[in-house]
Every structure is written in C-alpha cells, then in structure tokens.
Design a protein around this ligand. Structure first.
Ligand code: ZN
Ligand code: ZN
Ligand code: FE
Length: 756
C-alpha cells in the first residue's frame, strides 16, 4: 500500500467538488480523505495498485460543470491506513486562497424540485451544489456556511440529511434551505406585509399586469420591474428611477417570447442561456415601445435566473418585463432592505424581498456579440470573482482602475481578480462602494498589498485612494498611462508577451504631454510604449461637462476645421445651440478657459453626433456614439476622407464633408455610415503604416470605442485579410472596466524586470 497527497487548485470550492471526489473515490474503492484548503482541495488516498493515475485522469475529465481545475500536484507521503473514504473539516491555516465561485443561475433540477419536493414547493431560494448564490453571500473564507450570510439560518432535519448525504444533490451545498428552515420572502405594499409566497407571486404579477411597478431583491441587488409592452408603465418606471435615461434591459419568459421582440443569433442565444445569465445586447425587433431602449436599434435582454423569476412568469400575463437595477440616478444598486424601503417605497407599488443579506453587491453583467464572440462590456454577477489567469507573478499588486466605469483589481499569484463593476467614483456612494469592496476583497482573498498601480490622472478618486494606500502601507506606487493600461489589459487577457501594435480608441485618458488622449497608435509591450500616431488634437471647452454635452465637441471640431465665420451662417448645430451661446463658446476656446486639448475618438464621435443634430446633450454615458452607430445605413460603403500627416491622423476633411452633407440634406444614416467607414479606414491605414516601420504583425485593439460593433468588425475583418494577428478583449471589458487588469499587468512587468 502507498499513500498519495493530491492537491487540486482552480475553482474547486462551492461547486460540488468534494462530493464529486467522494463519489469518484468511492466508486474506485479508494480509501482516504478529501478536504478544502485555502488554496483548493486536498485529496489523500491509499492504494495498492496503479489506480492512482486513473483516478487523476478522471478528476481532469469528469470534474463538475462550473468548476475549473487549473493544476493537480501529486506527492507520495508516508503510508496512512484509512477506513473507507471520508470528507474532512476545512483547513484554514495558510495565507494563500482558493478561487471563489461567482453566483450561478438556478438549475433545471432545482426548478423541478420546486414543484415536486415536499419541503420546497415554490421555495424561491432553492439551490444545490450546481446552482445558487455564491459570491453575493460570502463574507469570508473558506467557503463554508458560517462564512456566508446563511450563517444565521439553522438547517432543519431534512435539509441537514441532504447536506450530509453524499448521494444527494445538496451534499455540502452551503446555502441549502427550504420552506421550513431557510430565509423567506415577504412583500410590502404601502405599509402592509404579505408573507405567503403564493400571495406574493399573485399580487406581484397582478401589479405588473395592471401597469404598476415593483422592486424585487435579486442576487446582487434590487431590481425594478414593470410590463415592458406597456409604454406608460415604462415611462413611470423611468420617473421612479430619477434622472435615468439609459436603455432598459428586459427579461423574457422564454426563448419563444424573446424571439417575438428581438432578432437574436445562435451565439447570442447561447450567451443568454449560459449559467452566468448576462444581459445580452441584441438586435431590436421594433415591437416594444421605443422608450424601452431609448431609440437605439438594439435591446438588452436577460433570461430568468432566480427561482422567483420563474415563479413570477408562471402567473404573469406579460411575457416580457422591464428588468432594471434599482438605483436612483447614478448611485450603486440598492442591496440593503432598509435603504430599499426608504428610497423605493414611495416610488413603486410594492417591494418584494427576503431576509438574507446580500454581502457583496453586484450588477447584472452586460455583453454583446462582436466578430463572432460574446464580449463583456460590464463584468459583474456570474463573472466576478473569477480571476484572469496570466503567465506571470502578480502577487500583492493592487490596480486602482480609472474613474468612470471603475473596477479595481488585485493580484494573487498568477491570478488577477477584477472587482465587480463599481461605477462612477465621482458619485459619493459609488466611492464608498469602492472602499468597502476593496476591504472585502482584502479579507476574502487574504490580499496584502505590496505594490500599487494607478492611472496617470492624479485627480481620479481611484488615484487618490491608491496614493493613500501606498503612503499608509509604505509601499511603492507606480503610475500607468491610461492607454498603455488598455493595451496591457488586452495583452494580459490574451497572454501576449512580445511587442505589439496597440490601437486604443477611447473617451478620455491623460497623456504624457498633459493633453487628453484617446485615438492612439502605439508600439508596446508590458513595460514600454511608444506613441507612433494619434488622432489630431482639438481643443474642447467645458471640463467634466464635455462628455455629457456633445454640442461642445461639435462646435469645437467645426470651428477648428472650418472657422467660426464659416459655421455661424451655415451650420444647423450653431443655430440650434444658439448664436449667442456659440459665440460665447468660441470666446472660451480662444481664451483657453476650462479648455483641454483632445486627441480622443470619443470627442470625434460626439462631434459628428452633434453636427448632424442627432445628439446635442447626452442623457447617459456614451449616448452620442451609441446612437450614431445605431442609425448607420448598412447599404453605404462610401467613406469620408482623412489625412495622415507626420504622426497625426486628421479628420478635418471628414468634418468639412459632413458639414456640407448636412447642408445638402443627406440622410443621417448615410452620413453615419460614411463617417464610420472613414474612421475604420484611418485605423487600418494607421496600423499598416506602423507595421511598415516596425515589422510587427500582432495587433491589439482596445478602449471604449471598440464596443462599437460596426467599426470593430470592419477593422478586424480587414486586418485578418491583410494578414495581421488581431487580439481583442472578450472576458474583460475593452472599456475602463478592464483598465485595472492592465495596470496590474504593467506593474508586475516593471517589478519582474527590476525596474521598481
Ligand atoms: Zn440547482
Ligand atoms: Zn430545511
Ligand atoms: Fe479608457
């Protein structure tokens, strides 16, 4: 007899891994133990014959669906005589940690049990080892019930039996619960409480069907719901949410009802039904009221993922409902029950919640299909805290992220863990969310910062937070240029090491010269970048107001390329803005008051959206470029002109041609197509030029503008044809939500090269 210790790392906790090992070992008549470590799972087996190798082979090939086995390390140890195979208590000694599972949509078996199991009939918090809440309920590690917000609920006898029975689907499912012992739903209508689940579902469905709105506590926060086909209900929900004007996501009862309102492709249907259940941006079928998606040609769709959603749809007449996070204006989504009552009770017709706390807030993740792959634009529930595995050591590095669309990141060994989507740190509540989340990450991942990376912009709240951390801990801080971080993010996700051509089309990011960059062509690797080309510099006045007031970019670009006199008499934009205001604006530019100089793609798109009259003021972030994309006339292959002069790509001619097309009354769809085609050509030519001077063939594209499907696909297709290797983000957003990953990667490269 010989004894082996087998240590398995990866996502192996909270996903039914120990029961899997138990069953596998038992079926092979192996004797030994299995236990959770901070780092993963350790199996001890004693065996007489060669079955150890077969056992390990089967661990790799038969591991449960949501788990990810990263490594299996086998060591022979001194012989121990075991009696049968058993599961040991968790070991919590080391500072290293294992992966924590993201939240998982309810599984088919549980939906079935909800109709058949005596103690779980219509139990809306049913779950098993394959499904249910994970990250959202975790307060510490290892992942065991006392370290979750289920800690206060004692299992009843039946649940306990299932929890202990290795042949049960709920064997060691930490949040296991039922109607007898688990957390319970309740509903508040005005100040009345409804506690019976049948009544709650019935009333919730009735309110929605009659045009009312309800707030419902979800997995990572509250949502607001109403009938999506009822235009009045949609408008009143918008009012209830405050200033919010963003497109709403809708939840569909099933695929059949989805296909009545939208035109999804195969890959989109796949993403919609994945266990992560993200919001998927799909081509709109123009059936729902236009107020749902704010006039865009797409609609965000999500499929039911909590048992409550399924129960609700069983009673609802409406088959498509608005499903939007419950937050007021730009604040983080509400998670606290008291806050929900205080903020929402007056605004909605009823509030539905349950008495288990949400430990970690998370929004619904969002993504869209670009160039044949589903790509995240907001990474949160279902994906956080799955790490990005890299091939370098990132231990102890904190990446603070940017300002808008913030996420931070922490390095653990060769894993980089991005936080859930935090939001705009200019908002005080979001900044508090950032601080709290960092604290929670430090706890659950036993993260001890050794090195801090921040954006070049010193005034970002994330930069201030990073500075303070470095000072308090007495550790090194390193500054990473914004667009270099975007390139590094895409390189890290794709495990690229050699020098690449990096193209970043983006909103704002401070450059080395104190100007605001965002149309950048670089030769870069992880610790180095050289700017080869950039979009032309144009001064825009207004400070922070610039990104929400595209008319400012419109006037700036028109004045810059045509002159004030030229536009005053002609340009509709100048008339719309008001002659007075436009002269005043010119004055600001001339005196350089509150004026910054931009090479940003974001500003260029804003300018065109304003000059064409499509969007003078944005009601939400990036509204102008999104609307510009959604009006493209896809039959048009023609393009405007640009010029490449030295290291500058100027769209002066394009702006002149657009002004003239606007005057001629050319349709906005045609103008938008010609503009998009022009930018695509400029990018492709810029990349070819960079290859000519450098001999580099690998291209990395990143930055917020590459969420534009039209441009990104056009560029990728052409680059493929021209023999480039093109890399783009997939599981990490190309926008600032992925920036912290790049910051950590750059800091790691600098540290590993001994530069800091
Ligand atoms: Zn389940
Ligand atoms: Zn129970
Ligand atoms: Fe950016």
């Amino acid at each position: 007899m010989r004894t082996f210790s087998i240590e398995i790392e990866g996502l192996v906790q909270g996903v039914g891994f120990r029961p899997f090992i138990y069953k596998l070992a038992s079926s092979m008549n192996l004797e030994g133990t299995v236990e959770n470590l901070n780092t993963g799972v350790r199996v001890m087996i004693s065996t007489r014959n060669g079955s150890k190798d077969k056992f390990i082979e089967r661990i790799w090939s038969e591991a449960p669906g949501q788990s990810q086995v990263e490594s299996v390390v086998v060591n022979e140890v001194g012989y121990t005589a075991y009696k049968g195979f058993s599961i040991n208590k968790s070991n919590t000694l080391s500072q290293k940690v294992t992966r924590i599972s993201p939240d998982i949509a309810v599984c088919e078996d549980c939906l079935n049990d909800m109709q058949t199991q005596g103690h779980r009939i219509k139990y809306p918090l049913i779950n098993c080892t394959k499904c249910g809440p994970r990250f959202s309920i975790i307060t510490g590690i290892p992942y065991d019930r006392p370290m979750t917000t289920m800690a206060g609920f004692e299992m009843c006898e039946k649940c306990h039996d299932e929890y202990d029975d290795v042949n049960d689907r709920r064997f060691h499912a930490q949040p296991v619960a039922c109607n007898i012992c688990g957390p319970r739903y309740s509903m508040t209508i005005d100040n009345f409480k409804v506690r019976e689940i049948n009544d709650i579902i019935h009333l919730a469905a009735k309110i929605i069907d009659e045009g009312g709105t309800i707030a419902v506590k979800g997995m990572g926060g509250y949502h607001m719901l109403c009938d999506a086909s009822n235009a009045e209900a949609v408008i009143s929900l918008r009012k209830a949410k405050g200033r919010d004007a963003k497109p709403f996501a809708v939840m569909c009862r099933d695929i059949e009802s989805l296909e009545k309102i939208a035109i999804p492709g195969t890959e989109e249907l796949e993403a919609l039904q994945s266990w992560q259940r993200p919001v998927v941006i799909v081509k709109d079928g123009n059936i729902l009221p236009s107020s749902v998606s704010g006039g865009l040609d797409t609609v965000g769709i999500i499929m039911p993922y909590m048992p409550f959603h399924y129960l609700l749809f069983r009673e609802l007449k409406s088959s498509v409902i608005i499903f939007t996070s419950a937050n007021l204006s730009d604040e983080p989504v509400i998670t606290d029950d008291e806050e929900a009552f205080n903020k929402l009770n007056e605004r909605v017709d009823a509030i539905v919640n349950y008495n288990r706390a949400i430990a970690n807030r998370s929004d619904d993740s969002v993504g869209r299909l670009i160039a044949g792959k589903f790509r995240l634009t907001r990474r949160s529930r279902g994906f956080t805290p799955t790490p990005v595995s890299v091939d370098f050591i990132a231990e102890g590095i904190f990446g603070a992220g940017a300002e808008l669309t913030n996420c931070f990141a922490v390095g653990k060994g060769k894993d980089i863990i991005l936080s859930q989507h935090i939001g705009d740190l200019k908002n005080a509540a979001s900044l508090e969310f950032y601080r709290q989340s960092y604290k929670r990450f430090a706890e659950i991942f036993r993260f001890i910062p050794e090195l801090v990376a921040r954006d070049m912009h010193p005034d970002y709240h994330s930069s201030v937070f990073a500075e303070r951390m470095a000072e308090e801990k007495g550790i090194t801080l390193t500054v990473v240029q914004h667009h270099h971080a975007h390139i590094a993010c895409c390189m890290a996700e794709n495990r690229l090491k050699r020098k690449v051509i990096g193209v970043v089309l983006d909103g704002v990011g401070l450059g080395d010269d104190g100007r605001i960059w965002g149309g950048e062509f670089m030769i870069a690797d992880m610790h180095y970048y050289r700017r080869i080309l950039h979009f032309d510099y144009v001064p825009v006045a207004g400070g922070n107001a610039v990104s929400y007031e595209p008319w400012r970019s419109g006037l700036s670009y028109a004045i810059h390329y045509l002159g004030q006199e030229e536009i005053t008499g002609k340009l509709a934009l100048a008339k719309q803005t008001g002659i007075q205001k436009s002269l005043l604006y010119t004055d600001l530019l001339e005196k350089k008051i509150n004026t910054a100089i931009y090479s940003s793609a974001g500003r260029l798109f804003d300018a065109v959206a304003a000059i064409t009259g499509l969007c003078l003021k944005a009601k939400y972030h990036a509204e102008a470029p999104m609307r510009l994309e959604s009006v493209i006339d896809h039959r048009i292959d023609d393009h405007y002109n640009y010029c490449l002069n030295g290291e500058v790509i100027s769209f002066g001619r394009a702006i002149q041609e657009i002004v003239s097309d606007v005057e001629k009354g050319i349709s906005i769809g045609e103008i938008s197509a010609k503009f998009h085609n022009c930018v695509s050509r400029a990018v492709i030519d810029g990349i070819s030029y960079t290859r000519d001077i450098s001999g580099i063939n690998d291209v990395v594209i990143s930055g917020g503008t590459f969420q534009n499907r039209y441009i990104t696909e056009r560029i990728i297709n052409q680059l493929d044809e021209d023999g480039f290797n093109v890399y783009y983000n997939k599981n990490v957003p190309a926008n600032d939500g992925g920036l912290a990953l790049g910051q950590v990667a750059v800091a790691a490269a600098r540290r590993n090269a001994g530069l800091i």
